[in-house]
Design a protein around this ligand. Structure first.
Ligand code: COA
Length: 185
């Protein structure tokens, strides 16, 4: 079934849109003993670095220039990764605003000692802001979802965007209220 494409939250007039597939990227890496934690499995921070690298490559390709990580949420570690596993980090732009993009990332592991299909071991959503040479946000092309799955991801990304903004607003309001009441925490 084909969903109706959802309108972007804000337009990026004058910049042609880009399909999701134009920037979709997979980064693959074999895990070594340098990547382990005290338990001998792969350190979560190693996976987070790969996630940020893959998402950054996607954000740079989509926006046609530098992009910085503004926010990272819902980093889920579903299964341990082991030394020798071949890890594939798959990333794509789910949603675009005026100057920001949400990149969705799935982490898969091919077990070094099994010939089974790759197992999903993690996922994350990152917000990147495209920036100019002075580090100031610059407009990005609207992402054009191509498949039903892309459209579902686009709609889910808008829900996360709404929640991020309302959570940030609620916390700011709480802090302002407490400051006005004389709290110095
Ligand atoms: C990200 C950064 C460029 C935002 O700059 P800013 O002056 O706050 O600019 P804005 O408020 O206009 O935000 C730019 C865009 O990012 C989005 N954004 C910024 N912070 C966000 C957050 N915490 N959650 C979600 N979106 C966020 C804004 O909504 C806006 O998107 P839009 O234009 O599509 O609506 C700036 O905070 C920065 O340079 N941060 C450091 C980034 C970095 O160095 N990352 C690497 C980690 S070491």
């Amino acid at each position: 079934m084909t969903d109706q494409a959802t309108a972007p939250e804000s337009g990026t007039a004058g910049i042609p849109g880009k399909p999701t597939s134009a920037s979709r990227t997979t980064l693959s890496h074999i895990m070594t003993h340098n990547d382990t934690n005290l338990l001998g499995t792969v350190h979560g921070g190693v996976i987070m670095k790969l996630v940020d690298d893959a998402a950054g490559a996607v954000a740079g390709r989509h926006s046609g220039g530098p992009a910085v990580t503004a926010f990272m949420d819902e980093m889920a570690f579903l299964e341990p990764v082991r030394v020798g596993d071949l890890v594939h980090v798959k990333a794509q732009v789910n949603w675009t605003g005026r100057t920001s993009m949400e990149v969705g990332v799935r982490v898969l592991a091919e077990r070094w000692n099994e010939s089974a299909p790759a197992t999903q071991v993690g996922s994350a959503y990152l917000v990147f802001a495209a920036v100019d040479a002075d580090g100031k946000p610059r407009p990005v092309p609207q992402v054009l979802p191509e498949t039903d799955r892309d459209r579902r991801r686009n709609q889910e990304a808008q829900i996360r965007r709404t929640h991020r903004l309302s959570r940030r607003r609620a916390i700011t309001e709480l802090r302002e209220r407490r400051a006005a009441e004389g709290f110095e925490d």
